[in-house]
Design a protein around this ligand. Structure first.
Ligand SMILES: NC(=O)c1ccc[n+]([C@@H]2O[C@H](COP(=O)([O-])OP(=O)(O)OC[C@H]3O[C@@H](n4cnc5c(N)ncnc54)[C@H](OP(=O)(O)O)[C@@H]3O)[C@@H](O)[C@H]2O)c1
Length: 335
């Protein structure tokens, strides 16, 4: 089969399409004929090898241990392992090729990819392969971090970075659950944020949300461009703050550790500050998260917006466009 191959960390321009063997399928895995796969910030992290600490977290110290990038996929089941019960050849599925939460190449930038059964769900007929492929990793990180019991009818939410991969899903999910949503993003993206359903939009080039008089039950902060102390000002006394974190393709965050020190500080602070506590809601398993995303896609609550699609052979150009081209919506590869 053909797959995008990464020999070393660095520029995405080094990525090449090559002939490689089809992946073998483990007992609990599904072999998927990939039709679409998404390009997202974590793909950039592993291709560039930055922050350097990720190389020590399973990605490969000197060079990528797993040579084929990509984690999100949508496609058609080709074969299943011996213990797989939920899928069979011919099913249309979408999901993540990585197990649990890890920071490494996942093999999705290929004609065929193996994915654990728990990371897949059936693709609703109402969404395209491209749309479905835009959802898994961003959706999983969102659902892992979202205190679900805070997203309820009448709750007031602010999503900072509302037009991005994670933010767009946060806005739509919160609206589907009856919350009042304020979305913050760049001037160019505010029409999209309105179209996603946000009740109010703020332009981060003009408004500093941390200086407004509004108070929120939940702030979902993707770019993390304000210190927590400033964000806390706009929380209700029992409100919650969730940082997703974004290194802005190496422009922010440290070369070696990225945003990890900031997450560490918040984790320590959460022992003392209730606005940082999870507030009793359990984090979903990946299977549960994928089923939640499937249900929202099927119900029409989530409509992924695609900015551009590229063929697999132009994976490098697609990653470059993600990092430097200011896309409005998701960037997707088709295989
Ligand atoms: N997407 C995924 O599948 C995924 C999966 C796992 C983890 N993550 C992590 O989650 C983080 C977010 O990913 P993402 O896909 O949502 O990124 P994204 O698509 O780049 O979205 C970030 C959004 O924040 C906006 N933004 C930048 N600076 C801002 C500011 N000062 N105030 C308000 N908004 C600002 C960006 O707009 P501009 O055009 O102005 O920059 C962009 O619309 C990344 O760090 C990534 O590692 C993402």
């Amino acid at each position: 089969m053909q797959a995008v191959v990464q020999d070393r960390y660095g520029s995405p321009d080094r990525l090449r399409l090559r002939d490689v063997p089809r992946p073998e399928v483990g007992d609990d895995e599904v072999l998927v004929r990939v039709r679409a796969t998404s390009v997202h910030p974590d793909v950039w992290h592993v291709v560039s090898g930055r922050p350097v600490v990720l190389r020590m977290m399973g990605s490969g110290l000197r060079r990528p241990k797993y040579p084929v990038p990509g984690t999100d996929l949508a496609g058609v089941v080709e074969a299943v392992g011996s213990t797989v019960t939920r899928f069979r050849p011919g099913d249309e599925v979408f999901g993540e090729s990585l197990r649990g939460f890890s920071w490494r190449n996942g093999g999705a930038f290929a004609e065929y990819a193996a994915a654990p059964e728990e990371g897949l769900a059936r693709k609703p007929a109402t969404v395209t392969f491209e749309q479905a492929a835009a959802v898994p990793t961003a959706g999983y990180i969102l659902l892992l971090n979202l205190p679900a019991n805070r997203v309820r009818p009448g709750a007031r939410l602010l999503v900072n970075g509302a037009a991005g991969g994670v933010g767009a899903l946060a806005v739509q999910l919160a609206k589907a659950r009856g919350a009042h949503v304020t979305g913050v993003d760049h001037t160019r993206k505010l029409d999209l944020v309105r179209a996603l359903g946000a009740d109010e939009v703020l332009d981060y080039t003009r408004d500093d949300f941390t200086r407004r008089d509004e108070r929120y039950d939940l702030v979902v902060d993707i770019p993390g461009n304000h210190p927590f102390a400033a964000c806390r000002r706009v929380l209700t006394p029992d409100g919650r703050y969730v940082l997703i974190g974004h290194d802005h393709y190496g422009r922010v965050g440290r070369r070696w550790l990225g945003s990890l020190p900031r997450f560490g500080r918040l984790a320590v602070l959460s022992l003392f500050v209730r606005n940082l506590r999870r507030s009793g809601s359990r984090a979903p398993s990946k299977r549960e998260a994928m089923e939640t995303l499937r249900a929202h896609l099927e119900a029409g609550d989530l409509t992924p917006v695609i900015d551009r699609t590229y063929p697999l052979s132009q994976a490098g150009a697609a990653i470059r466009y993600l990092a430097d081209g200011d896309p409005v919506g998701r960037v997707v590869l088709t295989a």
